[in-house]
Design a protein around this ligand. Structure first.
Ligand code: HEM
Length: 149
């Protein structure tokens, strides 16, 4: 039978690392979420420059930034697995990231001519969807790791 000191130190050493892990998870989510927001705004600004016929030389930069955003979305999905976020949301984030990158890399050759506008709108909406999923996942993870009072 453990005495009070043994019980409390065991509880303490178990509790403190757990709390520290949850706090660092929350910090990581806040950093990743804000990085996605910053990248999202940059991508949209660059995208509208392309849409208006400008800055085509920045398309490769736009593509690398878009891939980075998707990588961050997948990092959120991994953190979501640890925080036991809904499986559907995690699966959607992984799948959606693949769609955004796959579509973005191949959209140039899809529906040439005036119909290409449909592809552009679809690409824009896919990108917004990725940002929305990042927001949903971040909110879920932060809720899961914040102690309820
Ligand atoms: C994830 C967030 C993203 C957002 C919000 C976003 C947004 C936009 C917008 C608004 C445009 C201009 C309209 C259009 O052509 O659709 C655009 C163009 C473009 N995006 Fe993205 N994008 C994202 C990710 C990506 C990724 C991951 C790639 C490729 C790896 C990519 C490749 C392109 C290309 C090649 C264009 C120029 C298409 C053209 O002018 O025909 N984008 N993007």
């Amino acid at each position: 039978m453990k005495n009070f000191y043994e019980v409390s130190t065991t509880a303490f050493t178990k509790l403190v690392p757990a709390r520290a892990i949850l706090d660092s998870m929350k910090t990581a989510v806040v950093i990743v979420q804000n990085a996605v927001r910053l990248l999202g705004v940059t991508l949209i600004v660059l995208g509208f420059l392309f849409w208006s016929g400008n800055a085509f030389s920045l398309i490769p930069l736009h593509m690398r930034l878009g891939e980075t955003l998707v990588a961050l979305l997948w990092i959120l999905a991994i953190l979501g697995i640890r925080a036991k976020a809904p499986a559907g949301l995690i699966a959607a984030a992984i799948f959606w990231g693949l769609v955004v990158v796959g579509f973005g890399m191949n959209m140039g050759g899809l529906l040439p001519g005036r119909a290409h506008e449909v592809i552009r709108v679809a690409h824009f909406l896919f990108g917004l969807g990725a940002i929305g999923l990042s927001e949903s996942l971040s909110a879920r993870i932060k809720r899961a790791v914040t102690p309820q009072s």
